[in-house]
Design a protein around this ligand. Structure first.
Ligand code: GTP
Ligand code: MG
Length: 184
């Protein structure tokens, strides 16, 4: 029997407030960037279609709120996810982090990049984006450190991105789509 040619894949984007989650999605889907910060409230999704080999893939990308007072997504939200994108800002040494009881993403204060503790880590694949690499000398986390961290967590794929300049954004989300498709 032929495999289905279409797939609807659910991707969730997590990370601390202000790291650029919404900006990455806007750059990927609409090719737009705004300097202005407008905090996401709750969770909402955008869709993007792309072709992978002979398959038409629809990514349903869920943007979430990094701000603590808006974090109450519930486990049902994670359960259906095919891939989970963790975003951090390479220019920040310490950040408050993200925690909603199901998954926490935070910088650990030393030189590890972040810790991510999903309640059920086997349920979906993870990928890490180090965003805002256009910041130049303000960079606090080296690419080497980030890659070491990913290697120590079972080889989590890692991409350095700039939502502002559109750098590596397509490549990073293509990897997300492929991972999500594999895990389907
Ligand atoms: P919450 O919705 O609060 O969780 O934040 P967020 O992670 O969605 O961050 P958002 O995309 O709103 O971006 C926060 C700020 O960082 C905005 O002022 C953006 O313009 C800026 N920003 C996002 N991505 C980049 C980037 O790649 N480079 C630079 N220089 N600024 C960025
Ligand atoms: Mg946002």
């Amino acid at each position: 029997m032929n495999k289905p040619r279409r797939a609807l894949l659910k991707v969730i984007v997590l990370g601390d407030s202000g790291v650029g989650k919404t900006s990455l999605m806007n750059q990927y889907v609409y090719k737009k960037f705004s300097q202005q910060y407008k905090a996401t409230i709750g969770a909402d999704f955008v869709t993007k279609e792309l072709q992978i080999d002979d398959k038409l893939v629809t990514l349903q990308i869920w943007d979430t709120a990094g701000q603590e007072r808006f974090q109450s997504l519930g486990s049902a939200f994670y359960r259906g996810a095919d891939c989970c994108v963790l975003v951090y800002d390479v220019n920040f040494k310490v950040s408050k982090g993200y925690d909603d009881g199901n998954c926490s993403v935070r910088r650990d204060g030393n030189d590890n990049v972040i810790t991510a503790d999903p309640v059920d880590p086997d349920a979906f694949p993870f990928i890490l984006f180090g965003n805002k690499i256009d910041g130049g000398s303000s960079r606090m986390v080296s690419e080497k450190k980030a890659r070491e961290w990913c290697a120590s967590r079972g080889d989590i794929p890692y991409f350095e991105t700039s939502a502002k300049e559109g750098y590596n954004v397509n490549e990073a989300f293509l990897c997300v789509a492929k991972m999500a498709l594999e895990g389907e």
